[in-house]
Write a protein that binds this ligand. Structure first.
Ligand code: B12
Ligand code: SF4
Length: 614
């Protein structure tokens, strides 16, 4: 099951509501002098192709967005710590402005669950009277908020509250807490009171251990699906977040000051930037349309141009990655953005001379935009990631075919935009097929001929919040352990074969490696160098070098798994993971985020399977 949809017409916040709450908080912030640390959980075992380098050289937009929202609301004592850069950071040792912070927040994706829980455990070691309010958020919590709670003596413990939504939900929570907070009182005490008086029930987008008159009930209360901000121009300024970063280091605590502005570009040369959210397709393995309540949300071209310019001026940033699910989703809106970016000028300098940007799109929409691709390039775009999945559309149909994909890739390449394919390998696809385009290597060959500059091949893997999730588990495809080694969250990244009905799943694992080796190798590096006078210049050669380095790491991390799959015994799961605690919604409604529910003996519901966007 996907996330349930709010009532029709009630999916979005009232226009201006996010702007208003920001203004209201700014008025009361000086009375509260809050200090906040936001940590980004990161499991270093996930470092391999196809994301190697992007994972540590691009500060995630989620933590930055939350940091920006805090500063914008008037809480300037805020620091962002990335486990990507600070492996030894321990919340129990953190001090900000000479004191233990009032709020400790954690942002985590699903596959970074283990370090996320360790951060929470460590924060709980802080002496009770100083302990900050622990708030968990990020894509893990959008779909599986119950994961940040563990069994304690009195029911669920761990994080104090999980935020299952975006900036507005956090600001809404803070406004409620600050309206109840007495002078000198801790944020945890204010939270306890808000919980006991029922004040938090009116904040959609929270999950927390239920408490009735000071007594834990042992249940998790879910206040329902968030309302989304429709106009992304209402979001706080993304420039603020970069000013809060803790510099990379080996220490367990925090430095006296955040990293200097002039170091940001070297540490994070690529800047992820929210441009749009949502996608009109409904791939059964993708949680994105459900999460967005079937809405397409955009920033205006003017706002994007201004943000890029100011990020460039303030931090020297030049390369931007749009965190879009499908940037070409709506032709009219896309054209408004690219036309504005193409003609934007600041201080007499055209923006397109200073910045380059990249995003994710679909094959279908690229062809719809074919005649406008030269304009897209003029606007500064130099590479687009396309969800090709399986070119023959055997696995997924979203308007792609061998001919259409080839046409889309050639069109992009002709105007000087690098096409970057994202493929999905699955049980039915052989490594190679004779006289057809079905095999993995056949398709990689076609994509390379059509101009592909990089390659992403992931195995179909169950992903919460999707329509296929339940079925993937209940059909017995998902592995529990292989040769005694438990499948852990960090392995749900598409790089490990952890769900398959294939008789020889180890072959699938080796196929992924073979696919990469076929694409990234010294031969193709030499060819790319010889052809480097094309419109996309040295990029293919550069990607070959990055790809080969990443491949070494991928082989190192996944070859042992292939070995286990070959020789070890595979134990399978019969049902998907469920919340370890009963969950309930407000006013007797079912909990919106209990996507899997066990009723009687059978699993009744759940969400679906894999991978990123487009
Ligand atoms: C850009 C991107 C990447 C980039 C960049 C990552 C980076 N360093 O920035 C790259 C290409 C490296 C990447 C890789 C992967 N990604 Co990715 N990626 C995205 C994408 C498209 C955008 C992420 C983003 O920046 N969004 C914009 C920010 C503002 O949104 P956000 O992070 O959700 O944060 C908001 C809320 O969650 C919340 N929030 C966030 N943190 C916190 C903290 C607190 C305290 C609070 C209160 C709130 C809060 O508020 C934020 C502001 O609105 C998303 C899809 C999407 N549209 O979000 C997938 C997504 C995050 N990726 C996903 C996955 C699965 C992966 C991969 C495993 C690959 C794969 N199999 O697809 C790898 C993992 C790599 C690794 N080692 O971590 C999944 C995660 C699913 C999950 N359950 O966690 C997503 C959600 C796509 C999907 N399937 O729906 N990804
Ligand atoms: S996989 Fe891509 S095209 Fe399909 S629904 Fe998700 S974002 Fe849209």
């Amino acid at each position: 099951m996907e996330l349930p949809r709010r009532d029709c017409g009630d999916e979005l916040l009232r226009p201006g509501e996010l702007t208003d709450i920001r203004r209201r908080l700014r008025r009361i912030a000086p009375r509260h002098d809050l200090a906040t640390v936001i940590a980004c959980a990161f499991d270093h075992r996930t470092r391999m192709l196809p994301f190697i380098f992007a994972d540590t050289r691009m500060v995630p937009a989620g933590v930055r967005a939350i940091g920006s929202a805090m500063v914008d609301a008037g809480f300037e004592k805020t620091r962002i710590v990335l486990q990507q850069w600070n492996r030894h950071f321990r919340p129990s040792r953190m001090r900000l402005d000479g004191r233990v912070p009032d709020l400790f927040m954690i942002s985590s994706m699903g596959m970074h669950l283990a370090p996320c829980l360790e951060l929470i455990r460590d924060a709980q070691r802080i002496e009770l009277r100083h302990r900050p309010l622990i708030i968990a958020g990020g894509s893990l919590n959008l779909y599986q908020p119950y994961e940040v709670f563990r069994a304690g003596l009195n029911g669920p413990c761990g994080a104090d509250v999980a935020v299952t939504g975006e900036e507005y939900v956090l600001l809404n929570l803070l406004e409620v807490l600050l309206s109840l907070r007495g002078a000198g009182e801790s944020m945890r005490a204010a939270f306890d009171r808000a919980r006991q008086t029922g004040a938090l029930r009116a904040v959609p987008g929270l999950v927390y251990p239920e408490d009735q008159r000071g007594r834990p009930t042992g249940e998790l209360l879910d206040t329902g699906v968030q309302r989304l901000v429709g106009d992304l121009d209402e979001l706080p300024d993304s420039v603020l977040g970069y000013g809060l970063l803790e510099a990379p280091g080996r220490g367990a605590g925090l430095a006296a000051r955040a990293v200097e502005a002039q170091r940001v570009r070297r540490l994070s040369p690529i800047s992820s930037l929210v441009l749009t959210f949502g996608c009109k397709f409904a791939c059964p393995y993708c949680p994105i349309p459900g999460y967005n309540q079937r809405q397409h949300r955009v920033k205006s071209g003017g706002r994007i141009a201004e943000e890029m310019w100011r990020l460039h001026k303030t931090y020297g940033l030049r390369y931007f990655f749009g965190t879009d699910d499908n940037f070409f989703n709506h032709k009219g809106r896309t054209l408004e953005i690219v036309e504005t970016l193409a003609r934007a000028e600041f201080a007499g300098v055209p923006l397109r001379r200073k910045v380059r940007w990249y995003s994710e799109v679909t094959v279908h929409d690229t062809l719809q935009m074919k005649e406008h691709l030269p304009l897209v390039r003029t606007a500064g775009c130099r590479a687009l990631w396309l969800g090709v999945e399986d070119m023959t559309a055997t696995l997924v149909k979203k308007g792609q075919s061998v001919d259409k994909t080839t046409e889309a890739f050639r069109s992009l390449r002709n105007v000087g935009i690098c096409p970057m394919p994202m493929m999905m390998h699955h049980d039915g696809q052989p490594l190679y097929s004779r006289h057809s385009s079905y095999g993995l290597l056949n398709q990689i060959k076609l994509l390379r001929r059509a101009g592909a500059v990089s390659l992403q091949v992931l195995m179909v893997t169950p992903s919460p919040g999707t329509r296929l999730y339940d079925e993937t588990f209940s059909s017995g495809q998902v592995f529990d352990n292989v040769a005694g080694r438990q499948v852990q969250n960090y392995m749900y990244d598409g790089n490990y074969v952890i769900a398959s009905n294939h008789q020889r799943p180890w072959r699938k694992q080796l196929n992924l490696l073979a696919g990469y080796l076929y694409f990234y190798n010294p031969l193709w590096l030499a060819v790319a160098l010889v052809r480097s006078n094309s419109k996309v210049s040295l990029k293919p050669a550069g990607m070959q070098i990055v790809g080969m380095m990443g491949l070494v790491q991928t082989v190192r991390r996944t070859f042992g798994w292939a070995w286990r799959l070959r020789w070890g015994r595979i134990k399978r799961l019969a049902s998907p993971p469920v919340s370890p605690f009963p969950m309930r919604g407000v006013n007797g409604e079912p909990a919106a985020h209990e996507l899997v529910r066990l009723v009687g003996t059978g699993v009744t519901q759940i969400s679906g399977a894999t991978i990123a966007g487009s």
